[in-house]
Design a protein around this ligand. Structure first.
Ligand code: NAG
Ligand code: NAG
Ligand code: NAG
Ligand code: NAG
Ligand code: NAG
Length: 575
């Protein structure tokens, strides 16, 4: 109710503002109605829903980030589209806003979907295939349902609509139609053009996140029609200033749109100039080919450019680079228990039990960013060996390896880096800022931001899920026990879906009446082990480093587990 009133308030606040500035779009048709497109005045090639207003006013808003690095593998935020809530991953490594639409055939049933028919906004449209927003000469792809007179790509699902197809380097995709509706983010609102997903591949789907919100530059958002990224659309609409900052922790974080949030930094910002491609695509910075590990420099010949990408869980390097790093570790850090076993546990995204005293023996990694070494990005062992959620004592190597790097990038700085540094994406001044983050920028997370059992119970241990009201709130524990109908942690059996409360209630009653805690523990242990096994990654490529493998003590490092990193692939622009 509160949020409804809040939202209504916003609408009343914004509608008069919007009404003045909107030059109404042309030849756009409402979704799923077979009316012929109406034509009106022509508009310039660029989508222009707004005239910029009050360019000098600094506009900022701070929003919650949900998710976590080893729990969810990504960070997401809640936005409203046409007044309807959707959870979108914040991805500074791509540029498209894509959301599941109500009619989506293969999207996850748990997805929160956007229903254009229920939109509360006058801006709601599906872009017609004959509208000039739908880019001409794009119909070469066999993925188009039809071609317009100008050779624009019409959607497979509806030949009157402009096609949308987002593809990533691993072949995962989402496709549908180009749509327009009002997007509300915190307290800002503007109509945006985005991709409505009507079908997607299994590997695009995420259990807790419905869509994706790309925050990089426009050249990555041609699917095949080029659309300005939503943040840029909002900047041009004059509702927000052209920079943002991100702070993440193991559990959630904060995103400030429009500025750097000083309250999240404990050191001053250091800036590195962006080495943007032409046209700009990723948030790229030059990187020195010297990587400092402990007190030695390791030369990595391929290192030239790196990108900062909130949509990538770990640091990503090529397999060759990883082998160089591993080789260096095997030469100099065999005093870390098990590191020089054959095979070493120091493998991409591997998780092992690692006591604090062993962690301390590991070196600090320093990446030198900027052509003039503007910034030394220091990653201590506690930064790049990530504590594993749900496995006390386990740490995961926060680096992963790809066979080949894409997009002119030699290293991707993902969430591993971003949970140590608050980053300022200073687009206006074409630079990236880094400052050490204050402890727990995510501790301000409000449990009511979570809506589903899994995200509430799994991702945020301080929150409890209420089976009856289906809400999430601060966990009120006595003696570490959260009484039914509230539940927290893996024991909530969220994977069972609607049966979870029944099963849970039954178990709880049974246990409290008859059996000792031992059986509960056993059930929980069995359950969580099964869940964990399901989530396990395939065995990574093994690295054979000949010669200098040394055997020290016989700790049990033989069977490492792996963190499941997300999207390390780049969006593939449509030809
Ligand atoms: C506002 O911006 C305009 C154009 O960018 C500039 O000419 C003007 O001086 C600015 N005003 C203030 C108060 O900064
Ligand atoms: C949005 O909220 C922020 C505080 O979080 C405030 O500074 C800003 O002025 C608000 N913007 C609008 C458009 O209401
Ligand atoms: C990045 O490196 C390239 C190649 O050395 C150089 O041409 C470019 O000016 C550098 N850019 C920045 C912003 O330092
Ligand atoms: C482990 O080896 C590194 C590198 O050789 C050295 O700097 C460090 O002091 C050693 N640590 C211990 C506890 O021996
Ligand atoms: C969390 O958000 C809800 C609704 O938005 C609000 O009523 C509540 O006071 C917030 N709680 C905290 C601790 O900020």
């Amino acid at each position: 109710m509160r949020s409804f009133i809040f939202h209504l308030g916003l609408v009343y606040l914004l509608v008069p503002l919007l009404a003045v500035r909107v030059s109404l779009p042309l030849e756009l048709k409402p979704p799923r109605k077979r009316t012929s497109p109406t034509s009106s005045r022509g508009i310039p090639g660029v989508v222009r829903l707004f005239e910029p207003a009050l360019p000098n006013v600094s506009r900022t808003v701070s929003v919650d980030l949900l998710g976590g690095i080893t729990s969810v593998g990504e960070y997401y935020t809640r936005i409203l589209i046409g007044g309807q809530p959707v959870r979108v991953q914040i991805d500074t490594g791509s540029s498209t806003l894509a959301l599941p639409v109500a009619g989506c055939s293969r999207c996850l049933p748990t997805d929160q979907r956007y229903n254009p028919l229920l939109s509360n906004s006058q801006h709601r449209r599906t872009v017609s295939c004959v509208h000039e927003l739908c880019q001409p000469d794009m119909c070469a792809s066999h993925h188009c349902g039809a071609c317009s007179a100008t050779d624009a790509c019409c959607a497979e699902h509806d030949h009157e609509a402009c096609a949308f197809r987002l593809t990533f380097g691993d072949g995962s995709y989402a496709k549908g139609e180009i749509m327009i509706d009002t997007m509300t983010w915190g307290n800002i609102s503007a109509p945006v053009v985005f991709g409505g997903i009507l079908d997607d591949s299994k590997d695009f789907q995420r259990e807790m996140v419905d869509g994706i919100l790309g925050m990089a530059y426009k050249s990555l958002a041609c699917n095949p029609t080029c659309v300005e990224p939503p943040f840029q659309q909002m900047v041009r609409a004059g509702v927000i200033s052209d920079s943002f900052s991100i702070c993440v922790t193991a559990q959630g974080g904060r995103l400030m749109l429009g500025d750097f949030d000083n309250s999240l930094a404990k050191t001053p910002l250091t800036y590195v100039p962006l080495a943007l491609s032409d046209p700009p695509s990723y948030y790229t910075v030059n990187v020195s080919n010297k990587l400092t590990i402990g007190d030695r420099d390791l030369v990595i010949p391929s290192f030239r450019a790196g990108i900062l990408d909130s949509g990538t869980t770990l640091i990503v390097v090529s397999e060759n680079t990883f082998v160089l790093i591993l080789d260096h570790m095997l030469r100099h850090y065999c005093n870390v228990s098990g590191l020089c076993h054959d095979p070493s546990w120091f493998l991409p995204s591997a998780c092992v039990p690692l006591p604090a005293e062993e962690l301390e023996k590991m070196p600090t990694f320093v990446f030198h960013l900027g052509s003039r070494g503007e910034f030394d990005m220091q990653l201590r062992p506690t930064d790049y060996m990530l504590p594993m959620t749900g496995r006390p004592g386990y740490r995961c190597v926060g680096i992963m390896a790809m066979k080949e790097m894409q997009g002119g990038t030699d290293v991707i700085f993902g969430n591993t880096v971003m949970q140590r540094y608050v980053t300022h994406y200073d687009r206006k001044n074409k630079r990236l800022g880094f400052a050490e983050a204050v402890e727990g920028c995510g501790e301000t997370i409000n449990c009511s931001s979570y809506t589903q059992c899994r995200e509430c119970a799994g991702a945020a241990p301080r929150c409890a899920f209420d089976y009856r009201s289906h809400t999430c709130h601060q966990a009120q524990t006595s003696l570490g026990i959260v009484p039914y109908p509230h539940c927290t942690g893996a024991s909530c059996l969220c994977r069972l879906g609607p049966e979870a409360p029944l099963v849970f209630g039954f178990l709880a009653g049974l246990v409290s009446a008859i059996i000792t805690g031992a059986i509960t523990l056993l059930v929980i242990a069995l359950y969580s082990r099964r869940g964990f096994n399901n989530a396990m990654h395939e065995h990574p490529p093994s690295y054979s480093i000949g010669g200098d493998v040394m055997d020290e003590d016989q700790d049990d490092f033989d069977d490492p587990q792996y963190v499941q990193p997300r999207k390390k692939y780049m969006p593939v622009p449509s030809e």
